[in-house]
Design a protein around this ligand. Structure first.
Ligand SMILES: [Zn+2]
Length: 228
């Protein structure tokens, strides 16, 4: 079904950030709609996104420390990466041959790595990074990998959203519960505020939806447009 784009934009939200150190192609082929989406920016408002030469080779390895949980995280990554790839001109590539060295101190052979934290005290369910951060790891807390698979899928989609440059949706000014969940304000709206975004914490006024929202999909397609 074809959707009226203006209605779709009105129905969604994504938030971005661009870093000053990384004057990326953010913004060169995308004109932000003022106050309408959520992407990472630097202080000058440049979007922090993967450059053209990298966006089609987002390679990753998965630590063997997942042990018996490895098939679970492999499946979650396979589904969640495909979801985002369906809506933007990006490509995630799993490199199983690099798993052996995924925990190596000198760094993985891939662009980023997936690791497990088994500590019950680890304070994050998942923790990711933004494009070109020094940190290039997504960390999952064990409890969430062995728990409900739909919740793990939502978490995986969320962390991959950060990897693609997306900020938390709940930091938008339009969120009436924003005060509960304040963060740095180096971001720019790309689509309209969207409580259904996977980038929105449920406890900060979000719907807690597991799937990518229409806003998430539109946002990604605006940030990483497919060639015409
Ligand atoms: Zn997050």
């Amino acid at each position: 079904m074809m959707m009226d784009l203006s209605k779709l934009i009105g129905a969604m939200a994504i938030t971005f950030t661009c870093s000053q150190a990384i004057a990326i192609s953010c913004g060169t082929n995308f004109k932000p709609i003022e106050n309408k989406a959520t992407v990472m920016t630097d202080e000058s408002g440049q979007f922090r996104l993967w450059k053209k030469e990298d966006q089609k080779s987002l390679t990753y390895c998965i630590s063997n420390k997942f042990r018996e949980l490895k098939p679970v995280i492999e499946k979650a990554m396979r589904i969640a990466t495909q979801d985002w790839m369906n809506h933007g001109n990006i490509k995630f590539i799993y490199v199983p041959d690099a798993d052996e060295s995924c925990d190596a101190r000198k760094g993985p052979e891939t662009l980023f790595r997936i690791e497990l934290n088994r500590s019950r005290r680890y304070r994050y369910a998942g923790r990711a990074f933004f494009p070109y951060d020094e940190r290039n790891t997504i960390t999952f807390k064990k409890k969430f990998v062995e728990g409900n698979f739909d919740s793990l899928l939502r978490l995986t989609r969320h962390e991959l959203g950060h990897v693609l440059g997306l900020r938390h949706e709940h930091i938008r000014e339009e969120n009436p519960y924003r005060d509960r969940c304040m963060e740095s304000d180096t971001f720019s709206g790309v689509t309209q505020y969207d409580p259904a975004s996977v980038m929105h914490y449920a406890r900060c006024g979000g719907t807690g939806t597991t799937e990518l929202s229409e806003g998430d999909k539109l946002g990604l397609s605006l940030l990483y447009p497919f060639p015409n």
